[in-house]
Design a protein around this ligand. Structure first.
Ligand code: AMP
Ligand code: MG
Length: 325
């Protein structure tokens, strides 16, 4: 199989929507990263996602829906969940809630909860509308590798394993959605930090929001496999550092800001002036470029933990990228 890249013309969108309705796979742009989408209520279609990604069956899928009404067909909403959808949907916030019986076990890895999100990307929304079905869509990359933020990244990773890629250009946010567990009432916990921060969620709920920090604890591993120590990883060993310096010698450095003067080989940068949104948007593209550069090791500059917002998500992904195999 060789993936076809589609420009987002009305005819292509209609065709891809019918592929999805009929149980086929399509890689689609969202505002976070590219997703590998399939009909979420079709067990065979969802099984094909796991096969294409090489993803283990115990790592559940996020289901994408158009809005709250569609989400409520799949899960039992509570007051906190409704408040958050009003504040942040459509957008990069995934809610984990008790599932309804219509959601197949393959989507939730056999568990009693389902992860739901309403994407803001106009092309993802267009496809959801045209297909008229909820779409299960994990990141469109081989399991544990860096998530794709362009159609070309998807083609490099999965081009020989999937039939269709919708090219919507680079993803505007660039890191995966925040995953918030609301299944235990009154005790919201962030399972994966994202562009919607713990502080923003706490402000809406007016309650404390905890963040599950360490992977590997019993239970956490099953509840949120995205929390596995090793994830989002380049093949080149990666180390986080406070102020990495270029030494040559097969070592690459990734800086938060573009350095002054000529950019030496082995030096990469994530933003012009240090803006967090720009760092997030460029993170996976730059990690991929550095990974392809033939270096022995990559040193990447840490964000100070105090900056807040999406910084928690950026440091979380870097920590996992740096975790030992
Ligand atoms: P991906 O879409 O590839 O970024 O991965 C989806 C992530 O969503 C998983 O790795 C889990 O962390 C999380 N997830 C999906 N479903 C559930 C669920 N029912 N409970 C907890 N976490 C979930
Ligand atoms: Mg993923």
């Amino acid at each position: 199989m060789k993936a076809r890249l589609h420009r987002p013309t009305p005819a292509a969108l209609r065709q891809l929507a019918s592929v999805l309705r009929d149980g086929g796979l399509v890689a689609i742009p969202t505002e976070t990263v590219y997703g590998l989408a399939a009909h979420a209520l079709d067990t065979k279609a969802c099984r094909a996602i796991f096969r294409a990604k090489g993803r283990p069956a115990h790592d559940p899928l996020i289901v994408h829906v158009l809005d709250l009404a569609h989400a409520e067909e799949l899960s039992d909403f509570n007051i906190a969940a409704r408040k958050l959808t009003r504040a942040f949907w459509p957008g990069p916030l995934t809610l984990v809630l008790p599932k309804k019986p219509c959601v197949p076990g393959i989507v939730t890895s056999g568990g009693p909860t389902v992860a739901l999100r309403s994407p803001a990307h106009p092309l993802a929304r267009r496809l959801l509308k045209l297909a008229g079905v909820p779409l299960a869509a994990p990141s469109a990359n081989p399991f544990t590798y860096i998530s794709p933020t362009t159609a070309e990244h998807v083609r490099q990773g999965l081009g020989s394993r999937i039939p269709h890629i919708l090219d919507g250009g680079p993803c505007p946010i660039g890191v995966e959605s925040a995953v918030l567990d609301l299944s235990r009432s009154g005790r919201p916990r962030i399972l994966r930090p994202g562009a919607i921060s713990a502080e923003q969620i706490a402000r809406v709920l007016k309650t404390k929001v905890t963040t599950v920090r360490r992977a590997g604890k019993k239970g956490v591993r099953l509840l949120a496999p995205g929390l596995l120590d090793k994830h989002y990883s380049p093949r080149t060993p990666l180390t986080m550092a406070d102020s990495p310096r270029a030494t040559g010698d097969g070592q690459a450095i990734i800086l938060l800001r573009k350095p002054a003067g000529n950019i030496l080989p082995g030096v990469y940068w994530l933003s012009r002036r240090g803006a967090l949104a720009e760092i997030a948007r460029n993170l996976y593209r730059v990690l991929r470029e550095a990974d392809a550069g033939g270096h022995r090791r990559i040193f990447v500059e840490k964000l100070p933990p105090t900056v807040g917002g999406i910084a928690a998500a950026i440091n979380d992904r870097l920590r996992r990228a740096a975790a030992k195999r």
